[in-house]
Design a protein around this ligand. Structure first.
Ligand code: BES
Ligand code: ZN
Ligand code: ZN
Length: 506
């Protein structure tokens, strides 16, 4: 269930709570009370003065009950932190925390007032309103399509918020772009949260076609028979043990005014379930390996966001979809595959399958489109989680300019990223004694995320700027963050969308 927003000049009559943002400014709480009657404003000021705990920290909420009123019976003061230090990201986080508090408050029809002159050093009231709403919407997400009985408690009932302000139409306009991004993030989260008996390569491909084609995204699906003809043996091998055959989906958004020129390329790992194959994973927690398509989900979500906000860029998104299962047909350790690039690969562990899927996708996107850059997103290694946990994505980049752009847009997008090293040594470690390459580093698990990147590097043409984002830790989380509820996060959609908006549109 999505959170709906209404934008208006005046507070609607049915509002049951009034939310007022507040800064901490030189140790004083700054709150605009013009939406209250003089009497209520006075009660609020007195109550705030009496309270010693409320410091208007970002997302902190002070609640006051107004007993004399019939419908509007609550005022909530929403802390936004220190006035001069506020950023779009801190406002989103405050909005996210507000959203979580409202969900369990029993309030049904809250109204948020944004006073036109309520600004900080760098952020004006319009941006402030839009980014609070963005954070609220991002946090309000829930994957509830399999709940047959909707909970009857009050917590389910908060689904609409009215923003009222003299600036309501400016805020609504600015929010439209953020809403497109939110739709992309939710699209990615839904895929990650979906059950693997429902989301498998063929169904994933069909869903992408059904949803994205009407938005103006061109869709091409390469099925297993076509893969055989083309010689995409690496992705085929990963899917061989499953009844559900692999698919590669190519999504194209041509929004640039310049119709010629190289497109930007995004590549996503879409292993719809990773059992490990014959090199079987341990049973405990294996259900979570439904999230092994988080890279493909992020690419799909980004394509959706770009289309919805009519981005002025030409972007090609490629997702490699396969299910890694053990069976009598499955590929085995010891097998030697000929990838689409022509390079041969000795399989030493069938659980190192993501790199095989990506290899054929990387070759396809370079052969067909000669892109300006390639960014791949993949839940590639447990080693990445060991290194950076759920907080940071690790990024391997062969081009400093591309990295700098990624790093700066990650800040705007509020998605954390950290540069990891590429090294000839790790690239060399992936060479096999009997084939061109092997899918496991010679030192086994040591520097596992780096050797995985070294393997991928073998499939990047000389001179192509490339970044590999290992999102194993960031695609799926088990406790809430201010703007990201637990489970599928949609990590990468906001970052790549902002990267394109800030550096590659026109
Ligand atoms: N999908 C996993 C990586 C993963 C682990 C993602 C945990 C998210 C959470 C990947 O296919 C995998 O199994 N990698 C192996 C590689 C190893 C065999 C070289 C790993 O990391 O253990
Ligand atoms: Zn695996
Ligand atoms: Zn995997």
């Amino acid at each position: 269930m999505s959170l709906n927003f209404k934008f208006s000049k005046k507070m609607s009559a049915g509002s049951d709570a009034l939310i007022l943002p507040a800064w901490m400014d030189k140790n004083e709480i700054g709150v605009d009370t013009t939406a209250l009657t003089l009497e209520d404003a006075d009660s609020l000021k007195k109550a705030l003065a009496k309270d010693k705990k409320f410091k208007a920290k970002s997302g902190e909420i002070f609640s006051l009950t107004l007993p004399t009123h019939k419908s509007l019976h609550k005022v909530l003061v929403l802390g936004l932190g220190e006035c001069e230090k506020a950023t779009e990201q801190s406002l989103q986080q405050a909005g996210g925390k507000l959203s979580a508090a409202l969900k369990s408050s029993g309030l049904k029809n809250p109204a948020l007032h944004i006073a036109a002159n309520f600004k900080s050093g760098t952020i004006n009231a319009t941006s402030m309103g839009a980014h609070i709403l963005f954070g609220m919407a991002l946090r309000h997400y829930a994957f509830d399509r399999y709940k047959t009985k909707k909970a009857e408690d009050e917590s389910e009932k908060f689904d609409t918020l009215t923003l009222f302000s003299d600036l309501h139409s400016d805020i609504e306009k600015q929010y439209a772009t953020l809403n497109a991004i939110k739709e992309g993030v939710f699209y990615a989260r839904d895929f990650v949260n979906e059950a693997p008996n429902v989301l498998y390569p063929e169904s994933f491909a069909e869903i992408l076609k059904k949803d994205l084609k009407p938005l103006g995204v061109d869709i091409e699906i390469i099925d297993d028979r076509k893969m055989e003809k083309l010689g995409m043996d690496a992705i085929l091998a990963v899917g061989k043990g499953s009844e559900n055959k692999p698919r590669m989906v190519i999504m194209r958004w041509n929004g640039s005014k310049k119709k010629t020129g190289k497109p930007l390329a995004l590549v996503g790992k879409g292993v719809t379930f990773d059992t490990g194959g014959i090199s079987l994973k341990p049973g405990a927690g294996m259900d979570e390996m439904k999230m092994d398509m988080g890279g493909a989900a992020a690419v799909a979500g980004t394509m959706k966001a770009l289309a919805l906000r009519d981005a002025k860029a030409n972007v090609v998104g490629v997702v490699g979809l396969a299910e890694n299962m053990p069976s009598h047909n499955a590929y085995r350790p010891g097998d030697i595959l000929t990838s689409y690039s022509g390079k041969t690969i000795e399989v030493l562990n069938t659980d190192a399958e993501g790199r095989l899927v990506l290899a054929d996708c990387l070759t396809h996107v370079q052969k067909t489109y000669k892109p300006k850059f390639i960014i791949d997103l993949a839940t590639l290694t447990g080693a990445m989680m060991v290194a950076l946990g759920h907080e940071y994505c690790g990024c391997f980049a062969n081009d400093d300019d591309l990295w700098r752009n990624i790093e700066s847009s990650a800040k705007t997008a509020d998605e954390k990223i950290w540069r990891m090293p590429l090294d000839e040594e790790w690239k060399k470690q992936m060479e096999s004694s009997i084939a061109d390459l092997q899918n496991l580093g010679k030192t086994g698990r040591w520097a596992g995320a780096c050797t995985a990147a070294g393997f991928l590097e073998h499939f990047i043409d000389d001179g192509t700027p490339w970044a590999h984002m290992d999102i194993a830790g960031t695609a799926y989380i088990k406790s809430d963050k201010p703007t990201v509820p637990k489970f599928g996060t949609g990590y990468g959609v906001r970052l790549i969308d902002r990267l394109i908006a800030e550096h590659y549109e026109g």
